[in-house]
Every structure is written in structure tokens, then in C-alpha cells.
Ligand binder design. Structure first.
Ligand SMILES: [Zn+2]
Length: 333
């Protein structure tokens, strides 16, 4: 979802995260309990919920929790922000390794006393540690995000005083530097969470500052807002098309179980939920198949001018303005 930032870019000094990236330096001495094997019997199976929290007809009567925490499998949680706190209702993966934990995206509400994302993340980490005999106080939490839009980083400030935590800065240079990249967007880096590798590379197009994250354990490809089940607002067509091409090339050489984006804006019948909706009773699944991605790429190849193109799975909004919705929406007011 394309939103202008309502936050001033906080002056956050973030050391380059070179030490996180394999080949530069390996994590040492951080081990906090029995080692978990993240490299055998892949992909690690997992499941999505039949239905996510998806808002309600009356926000006053909404009884959803501020965040739904869904365990995809025992070492992978997906978080979703409640529609009562933000119509964006973004998704945020939480990946656990032996030494580090990675949180990708921090929702669209800033204040901790409005919604306690930090507390929910801490509770989820504590639950995992208890289950697996890990002292999670010794593990580093990396607070990063998919791209430079406020509905994906708003609550990063809740983590500023958290011990053993590194967070991504809110400029393009800090984002790229956080992953130690020197050749964005082509360069692919490997983040070692402790036996669990996350491959990261650039995927500009929706905005310029955006990454794709591939988890080698679940083999899920997290594509942020450059490709998700909704209105993919493509601000810069050529970089976006090149980003699609890079992902296709990756899929040609690596197994991918699902593609997962940050929002859902489409019903199971393929209808568009209008911009700003806080009640989506018949949401389509957040996950997309590789075939749906490949099909969208084939359609993208034929697109020559700005406009909205439906692929059957996503809307490709080529250089339309960021809050465009589709006229045939049956839920409009
Ligand atoms: Zn978004």
C-alpha cells in the first residue's frame, strides 16, 4: 500500500550490519540452548490460518486482538495488525534462528500505548524460548522492514530501548547499509540467523527502497508491497519489471513454496476491497502461488502503458495514484 510517511525520519544511528552477513563474519558465542536443525528435510512444512482477523462492520464493537500471532510452524510466526488499529492491516513475519530473530515490518501505528507491538513480539519470543529451551535474552533481535512506507515501520520506535536489538534506519542508505549491501538492488546477501539463512536482495518499483526476503527454511518468498494480493501500486515501472524478472530468475533456480506480501485487498471472488476498508469478511489468502506470480509476470510483459491490470490474483496498478481503487467494488459505501 502506498502511503506518504506521516512520521518524521527519526535520526537513528544504525551501525552497518556487516557482521550479520555470511562471508563477512559469523555469529560466535551467541548460542543460547540446544541447536535446532534448519537445514534438513526442507522445506519445513507449515500452515496458514483458514481466516485471519479481518476487521468488523463496526469498529466500536471490534473484538479482534491488536495483533494476531499465527505460528506457521514451530519456528516461524506471522503477525497481522488488526483492522481496528489500521485499515492497512499489514502482515509481519517473525523468523527464529539459533542465534538471532528477525522481525520484518512493524505495522502502521506508532504508539506503544495504542498497540503494544513490542510486548506482543517479546511474549511471542518468550513463548518460543520456553518451548525450545532457549535463553532468548542472549539472542539478538533484528528489527527490519520490507520497504520505506510508514505502514511497515511505524512501531520501530517501540524497540529503541530493547536490549540486544538492532533496528533498521529510516533512510535508503541506512536500509541498504543494514544488510551490508554495496550494489543495490542486484546484490544478494545471506543473513545467518544461526543455522537459518535468509537471502535478501533489492526489489524496487513500488518504492525505490524495498527488499525481497527468501527464508531457506520455509522457502517462503516475502515480497513486501511490490507483489501482494491486492493493489500493487507500481510507482516506477521499469525498476518494478526488473524486480519481477530477478524473482523469476530466482524461482527458476530455487524452490519456492509460496510468495507472501504484506496486505490483502481482494476477496475470495477476486473483488477489490476499496481503499481504507476496515471490514473484509471474505478475504482471499495472503499467500500466493509461484504460478500466480509467473502468470502476473507474463501479463506484465504485455503492459505498455499506465493503467490497472487484473491478473486473476493481483491488481497491477501501473503508475496510477497510490489510493486508486477499482470501480466494480461491491463493498463500496
Ligand atoms: Zn503497505
Amino acid at each position: 500500500m502506498d502511503r506518504r510517511s506521516f512520521l518524521s525520519a527519526a535520526a537513528v544511528a544504525v551501525p552497518a550490519a556487516n557482521a550479520l552477513v555470511t562471508g563477512v563474519a559469523q555469529a560466535a558465542g551467541l548460542s543460547s540452548g540446544p541447536a535446532i536443525d534448519f537445514k534438513s528435510n526442507l522445506p519445513a512444512p507449515g500452515s496458514y490460518p483458514k481466516k485471519w482477523i479481518c476487521g468488523s462492520p463496526s469498529l466500536m464493537d471490534n473484538s479482534d486482538p491488536p495483533v494476531q500471532v499465527h505460528w506457521y510452524n514451530e519456528h516461524t510466526a506471522f503477525l497481522r495488525q488488526s483492522k481496528a488499529y489500521s485499515y492497512e492491516a499489514p502482515f509481519a513475519p517473525l523468523y527464529f534462528g539459533n542465534d538471532r530473530i528477525l522481525l520484518l515490518d512493524e505495522g502502521f501505528t506508532q504508539l506503544r500505548n495504542d498497540w503494544d507491538l513490542r510486548g506482543i513480539v517479546d511474549d511471542t519470543i518468550a513463548e518460543w524460548g520456553k518451548r525450545h529451551g532457549k535463553d532468548t535474552s542472549k539472542m539478538e533481535l533484528l528489527v527490519a522492514f520490507s520497504h520505506l512506507h510508514a505502514d511497515h515501520y511505524a512501531a520501530v520506535n517501540q524497540f529503541f530501548d530493547r536490549p540486544n536489538t538492532r533496528y533498521m534506519g529510516l533512510t535508503h542508505e541506512e536500509m541498504v547499509g543494514f544488510w551490508g549491501m554495496t550494489n543495490f538492488p542486484e546484490e544478494k546477501v545471506t543473513l545467518d540467523l544461526g543455522g537459518r539463512d535468509i537471502l535478501i536482495w533489492g526489489s524496487p518499483g513500488h518504492v525505490i527502497s524495498e527488499f525481497t526476503y527468501y527464508d531457506t527454511y520455509t522457502q517462503i518468498l516475502f515480497t513486501g508491497d511490490m507483489f501482494y494480493r491486492g493493489r500493487c501500486y507500481i510507482s516506477f515501472w521499469e525498476p518494478w519489471f526488473d524486480s519481477m524478472k530477478r524473482i523469476i530468475d530466482f524461482m527458476d533456480h530455487n524452490p519456492v513454496t509460496h510468495v507472501m506480501g504484506c496486505h490483502i485487498e481482494i476477496s475470495n471472488k477476486g473483488e477489490d476491497y476499496a481503499y481504507g476498508m476496515t471490514w473484509q469478511p471474505d478475504e482471499a489468502p495472503v499467500e500466493l502461488t509461484v504460478e500466480e506470480f509467473r502468470h502476473a509476470y507474463e501479463i506484465a510483459k504485455t503492459i505498455k502503458e499506465p493503467g490497472i491490470y487484473f491478473t486473476g490474483a493481483v491488481f497491477l496498478c501501473n503508475q496510477t495514484r497510490g489510493t486508486t481503487t477499482i470501480d466494480k467494488n461491491p463493498y463500496k459505501y
